[in-house]
Design a protein around this ligand. Structure first.
Ligand code: HEC
Length: 141
């Protein structure tokens, strides 16, 4: 019994440790690769949109979810698929405030790989168009 409990504890604690490592790696990658433009707390500046308290709204519609990956800062970043998935999940968990549900569907490396090969070029109108679609979807809820 003792051994079983010990094994269980070991499994649980390595699981917790692995999650902690992923979180810290994502935080580090955000600092290294995104924060320069997006600011430490996701507020943004000038032409860099505010992610803080807003970013989760994009998850409301499939095209919005895809947009967060296909935007050039994400799609063409030096991060590999796993790390980019982690950073986006970190950004959403850290910055979205009430805009995302706590149990939002996490990005996976596979989803990132599939989407980032289609980076967006024309952004301004596309983003505005998405926000209109999201507002329409929300008003029907
Ligand atoms: C050189 C500056 C720069 C860097 C570095 C950068 N971004 Fe961005 N990001 C932007 C700008 C500017 C926009 C607005 C859309 C556009 O014009 O590309 C944006 C938009 C975004 C958006 C969409 C937000 C919205 O509300 O429309 C996401 C998500 C994003 N970036 C993620 C990232 C991630 C993740 C990284 C780091 C791996 C990153 N960006 C690095 C400049 C940057």
């Amino acid at each position: 019994m003792k051994i079983m409990l010990g094994a269980l504890w070991l499994c649980l604690s390595t699981g917790v440790l692995a999650e902690k490592m992923k979180w810290e790696r994502a935080q580090f990658n955000y600092k290294m690769f995104c924060q320069g433009c997006h600011s430490p707390d996701g507020t943004g500046a000038n032409s860099v949109p505010r992610m803080k308290d807003n970013i989760g709204y994009f998850l409301e519609i499939p095209a919005g979810r895809e947009y967060l990956v296909r935007v050039p800062g994400s799609a063409t970043s030096a991060l590999n698929d796993r790390d980019l998935a982690e950073v986006l999940n970190w950004i959403i968990s850290e910055f979205s405030g009430d805009s995302a549900d706590e149990n939002y569907e996490r990005y996976t490396a596979g989803e990132i790989a599939r989407l980032r090969v289609h980076p967006l070029n024309e952004l301004e109108h596309y983003r505005t168009e998405l926000l209109v679609q999201i507002a329409t979807a929300k008003s029907k809820e």
